[in-house]
Ligand binder design. Structure first.
Ligand SMILES: Nc1ncnc2c1ncn2[C@@H]1O[C@H](COP(=O)(O)OP(=O)(O)OP(=O)(O)O)[C@@H](O)[C@H]1O
Ligand SMILES: [Mg+2]
Length: 619
């Protein structure tokens, strides 16, 4: 064994830097957080060569007193906490007293600061093995400038891990964006290699906040996002969530802040994923900018060296709160929320995405429009409550044929399209004008042309009704006149017996008629009878896959979704105009009807403006 010796200060700091300073983006994070902690309202950021050559942050915060300067660059020195109790409820972004010491041990760092208005300031650098602070006068307006040059110049092994200038810059920019979304009241100016990249003004009104979100996350996100603000039991969740149809192939537009600190946390992502579960296309990722405010004493921020993770004292409660707030918010989005009102500014539809959703509100013209009248009051009329509207579904179900169900859409609503007196009276999804190729419904609303994917829309409506009915123990069943015999494997037949109760809850009655034969005696009324055999097989395989009945409860929505898919109107079905209108009104009254069960959009809008552009009218 060699002799035991104390490490030099620099080496000790370099070792500590291993955890905190990984690349230029980690440096910018620490510098910006310091400036925000110092109360800055304006940040000027200068970057050269992706931050490898230079990172300079200038702020107009409170500055550092001359006598404190020697400590600013030394390790375990902080002005933010003094004792353990402070750590328990820390309100600043920094608290370790480590960042500047670490950075200055692996780069050339100079800090210049002034606390007064007289323009006199002081500069500090740490040099040598002992990182001795050297202080000299340097003019500076009130605030602080930290300059970090030649990252890892003295630690070549780490320098090798840096990527290209472009990659490093991209990471760095991502951090600036994240912080910019955490503080709308602070102006951010970012320059790279002398070129102005961003210049985001400060502003705290809702419009100003949304302007910044559009600048940082892109206008398409803002166009497709809904604002939420929910408070319960001392927890508050606010921010913007994109509709499921604006999903991403990567989890790259997900910003979550806990008390202003950006975090990436498993519990949070799980809660969010669950909230989107029912509405997101497989393998897609939701997009959001969300802020959770919570009593700081109930979160531990000191669990990760870079503070990217936190620990909540009441895990389950926080999870439930996030999940249920988002779940609810997504269910309640209405086309009226999203359709552009006349006279309002129109965002350029860069991505080709348009607004969609569901309506639950009351329509202006409802006295005149027979079929719309009862819909809003009874969006989940599957259970058969007395309502003039419900029969269009439930009276049709006993026949068990989609064709007949759809037929009933028409029976109830004999009237041809009532011509609205003005746009105000047109419901959000408008009135049907035609059907295209047996697949799409074309409708006219106040904005222009609404195109509906008939199967996708009907599938969602059926699914939501089934979920409600199932929850109420109300899924209606219908005995088959002639029981249907299905050949299955022994394993499938065994499972059918084992899960008899679940089948019953779903509206089926299955009977074993032999080692490899099942008799279907009763089916849920929503089903197209022609599909019974396929459906029983699908449900059986769902049940076998999910094993125990407890797990099945978790997957019951999947099973209902399978059933809804089979029970929904197929392509190539001709619908009459009143049938189509009834479907549109159902969509407006159904939660989450902006997407089908697989997360595909159910409708799209082509505004008159967009159509005019297409035909170069008025140009
Ligand atoms: N831009 C700034 N304006 C004013 N004071 C600053 C600024 N940057 C750093 N300081 C002072 O220097 C101290 C050390 O900063 P440093 O980032 O190393 O540690 P910290 O912010 O306290 O904790 P952490 O390591 O968690 O970031 C801070 O506590 C603060 O008092
Ligand atoms: Mg700090």
């Amino acid at each position: 064994m060699n002799k035991i010796k104390l490490l030099s200060t620099r080496l000790a700091n370099q070792i500590a830097a291993g955890e905190v300073v990984e690349r230029p983006s980690s440096v910018i994070k620490e510098l910006l957080e310091n400036s925000l902690d110092a109360g800055a309202t304006r940040l000027d950021i200068d970057i050269e060569e992706g931050g490898i050559k230079l990172i300079r942050v200038r702020d107009n915060g409170g500055g550092i007193d001359q006598e404190d300067l020697p400590l600013a660059l030394s390790r375990h020195a902080t002005s933010k906490i003094y004792e353990l109790d402070d750590l328990e409820a820390v309100a600043t972004l920094g608290f370790r007293g480590e960042a500047l010491a670490s950075i200055s041990s692996v780069a050339r760092l100079t800090l210049t600061s002034s606390t007064g208005e007289d323009g006199a300031g002081w500069q500090v650098v740490a040099s040598g093995r002992d990182m001795e602070a050297e202080i000299s006068p340097a003019p500076h307006p009130r605030g602080t400038t930290v300059e970090v040059r030649d990252l890892f110049f003295n630690t070549p092994a780490r320098r090798k891990f840096l990527r290209t200038e472009k990659t490093e810059y991209t990471h760095l920019e991502e951090i600036v964006k994240r912080l910019a979304l955490s503080r709308f009241d602070v102006a951010f100016n970012l320059r790279h290699n002398g070129r102005v990249i961003y210049s985001w003004r400060a502003g705290n009104s809702r419009a100003e906040q949304e302007r910044r979100i559009a600048q940082v996350c892109g206008p398409a996100f803002m166009e497709n996002a809904v604002h939420i603000d929910i408070e319960r039991h001392g927890l508050r969740l606010s921010g913007w969530v994109a509709l499921p149809v604006f999903s991403r192939s990567q989890a790259d537009l997900q910003h979550f802040y806990v008390n202003g600190r950006c975090i990436r946390d498993k519990l949070v992502s799980h809660a969010v994923r669950q909230a989107y579960q029912d509405v997101l296309y497989h393998g897609r990722h939701p997009a959001f900018v969300l802020y959770l405010d919570i009593d700081p004493a109930t979160v531990d921020v000191n669990v990760h060296p870079t503070k990217h993770e936190v620990r909540f004292r009441d895990n389950r409660n926080v999870h439930n709160f996030i999940y249920s707030s988002l779940h609810h918010a997504l269910a309640k989005v209405t086309p009226e929320d999203l359709l552009i009102k006349p006279g309002e500014a129109v965002f350029e539809q860069q991505s080709g995405l348009v607004q969609q959703g569901v309506a639950v509100g009351e329509f202006q013209g409802q006295e005149r429009i027979n079929f719309a009248a009862a819909a809003p009051q009874n969006p989940s009329g599957f259970g058969g409550e007395a309502s003039s509207y419900v029969p269009s579904y439930s009276a049709a179900y006993p026949q068990g044929h989609v064709q007949e169900q759809m037929g009933r859409y028409g029976e109830l609503h004999q009237a041809a399209n009532p011509l609205p007196v003005n746009d105000e009276q047109v419901p959000p999804l408008g009135y049907a004008v035609a059907q295209l190729k047996g697949i799409y419904i074309l409708a006219e609303n106040a904005q222009g042309l609404v195109i509906v994917d008939m199967h996708a829309a009907h599938e969602r409506i059926t699914y939501e009704r089934m979920k409600t009915a199932f929850a109420q123990g109300n899924l209606q069943a219908q005995p088959l006149l002639v029981p249907e015999s299905i050949a299955v494997s022994q394993k499938e037949a065994d499972s059918a017996e084992q899960f008899a109760d679940i089948f019953k809850n779903l509206g089926f009655e299955l009977q074993r008629a032999g080692p490899e034969t099942l008799l279907v005696r009763q089916v849920p009324v929503v089903l197209n009878r022609a599909k019974v055999e396929q459906l029983v097989r699908d449900v059986l395989s769902d049940l076998i896959e999910h094993g125990t009945s407890e797990r099945i409860q978790h997957h019951i929505n999947e099973i209902l979704s399978t059933m809804a898919c089979h029970g929904s109107v197929r392509a190539n079905r001709r619908l009459t105009i009143p049938e189509m209108n009834a479907l549109l009104r159902d969509m407006e009254a159904t939660e989450r009807s902006g997407q089908c069960n697989h997360g595909r959009p159910t409708w799209q809008l082509q505004s008159l403006e967009a159509l005019d552009k297409l035909f170069m009218r008025g140009q």
